[in-house]
Design a protein. Structure first.
Ligand code: 5RP
Length: 296
């Protein structure tokens, strides 16, 4: 039986103090449920409203491409500097320590490789994403590709339905086919279609006129890094995207294929969270690289 001795009446009701009703810090997310907001807050830093996501899901299509041959040797040392990790479930279960406490953006579609046509993917079971405590599910969409547009949009749509049931946000990843123009008009179209179908985050590519891509997308956008660039150029890319309104980066090759990946991800972090200009971030990269080289 409950202990009812000395049951005291409450006295501190704060009748004259209105309860605060806080807005949520990410655009388009105010009406999400608590679990969704909790997961979004793990991915995006509530102080800056931004995220450095480290993408190392490349092997799910490309196999052991440069930089991800040995995730344990090349990627794990970087994860302390990332806000969120993007990978496929096999790598997550086999190599990523659960004790790292990093939010996971789980690659949640599968079915393609570089040896066949891309994007004939199906989505994984949301219950497995829930078992893995995923903070988001990433699903690729191929807008403008006649063969796979409908399938990949329905993948996204179904992932959103499933994610909604478990409180797991979905990130729509805009694929770029060979025939598609990499311009603001295309990325605005692809990003908007992701958001209209319920994506809570959109991952796309930076391009000239990116302000328009961001402005017409009602949810946060992060950019992919794309192919490896010289470090200064990659930092410029991140800077321009952030200044145009991106909520972060989901970068892979420009980090793990760098000469100094740990220095690079920290420099990217300074651009993303502190609005550091590219030249200063590049200096930071060089200083950290020199330090790492000296202790080798
Ligand atoms: C591809 C992806 C990859 O994770 C992403 O493109 C990797 O990042 P980067 O381009 O920076 O290597 O989502 O669909």
């Amino acid at each position: 039986m409950a202990d009812l001795d000395d049951l005291r009446d409450g006295a501190k009701f704060g009748e004259n103090i209105a309860q605060k009703t806080e807005g949520f810090f990410l655009k388009g997310c105010n009406n999400l449920d608590w679990g969704m907001k909790d997961r979004m807050s793990r991915i995006f830093n509530p102080d800056s409203g931004r995220s450095v996501m480290l993408a190392f899901d490349h092997g799910f299509i490309m196999g052991p491409t440069s930089g991800v041959e040995r995730i344990d040797l090349t990627i794990l040392p970087l994860i302390e500097h990332a806000d969120c990790l993007m990978c496929a479930r096999g790598i997550l279960r086999s190599l990523v320590p659960p004790s790292s406490r990093k939010p996971i953006c789980l690659r949640s579609d599968a079915g393609s490789s570089i040896l066949t046509d891309l994007n004939h993917n199906v989505i994984i079971d949301v219950q497995d994403a829930a078992r893995l405590n995923a903070s988001a599910m990433a699903v690729m969409v191929a807008i403008g590709d006649a063969d796979t547009e409908a399938l990949t949009v329905s993948n996204l749509y179904n992932a959103v339905d499933a994610g909604q049931a478990y409180g797991i946000p979905v990130m729509g990843v805009t694929a770029v086919g060979k025939a598609m123009a990499r311009d603001a008009r295309y990325f605005a179209l692809a990003s908007r279609i992701c958001a209209e179908n319920g994506a809570n985050i959109v991952k796309t590519y930076y391009t000239e006129g990116f302000e328009k891509v961001v402005a017409c997308c009602p949810v946060p956008i992060v950019i992919a890094g794309g192919k490896k660039l010289p470090e200064l150029e990659a930092l410029e890319l991140a800077y321009m995207a952030i200044q145009a309104g991106a909520a972060g980066v989901d970068m892979g090759r420009n980090v793990f294929q760098s000469d100094a990946p740990a220095a690079m991800i920290q420099a990217v972090g300074a651009v993303v969270h502190k609005d550091i200009k590219p030249a200063e971030a590049f200096q930071m990269y060089q200083d950290l690289k020199q330090l790492a080289d000296a202790t080798k």
